[in-house]
Design a protein around this ligand. Structure first.
Ligand SMILES: C[S@@+](CC[C@H](N)C(=O)[O-])C[C@H]1O[C@@H](n2cnc3c(N)ncnc32)[C@H](O)[C@@H]1O
Length: 99
């Protein structure tokens, strides 16, 4: 019982630490980004499906502009960057890495 309580308190402490260091921000992918910094990994799952070809190209290019070399872009399983952006390496289906 004591062990379980200790585990639960540790989990809560970790959660508070992580959430406390996360900044939540609403960004329109169709517009130039505000100064949001860079991201080692971007999850863009099932978002590109909303856009036509030209908009997809612009959105992906904008997103990749905030991903440093070696960073990752993950999209949905039914999506692909084929014909959208060829500057990243396809590591696995829907997983791309910036060289
Ligand atoms: C099908 S949901 C996918 C949500 C989540 N990524 C997932 O896989 O469960 C598509 C999301 O794309 C967001 N979205 C669509 N157009 C957008 C835009 N121009 N800028 C930012 N987000 C957008 C919607 O708000 C919605 O949350």
């Amino acid at each position: 019982m004591k062990k379980r309580m200790t585990f639960m308190l540790s989990a809560v402490a970790l959660f508070v630490m992580v959430v406390g260091s996360v900044k939540f921000l609403q960004v329109n992918l169709n517009e130039p980004f505000p100064n949001i910094g860079t991201f080692d990994i971007v999850f863009l799952r099932n978002v590109l499906i909303y856009f036509n070809g030209e908009t997809k190209r612009k959105v992906v290019s904008r997103v990749l502009s905030v991903v440093p070399s070696g960073g990752w872009l993950l999209i949905g399983h039914s999506e692909s960057l084929h014909g959208v952006n060829d500057s990243v390496h396809a590591v696995a289906p829907s997983i791309y890495r910036k060289p």
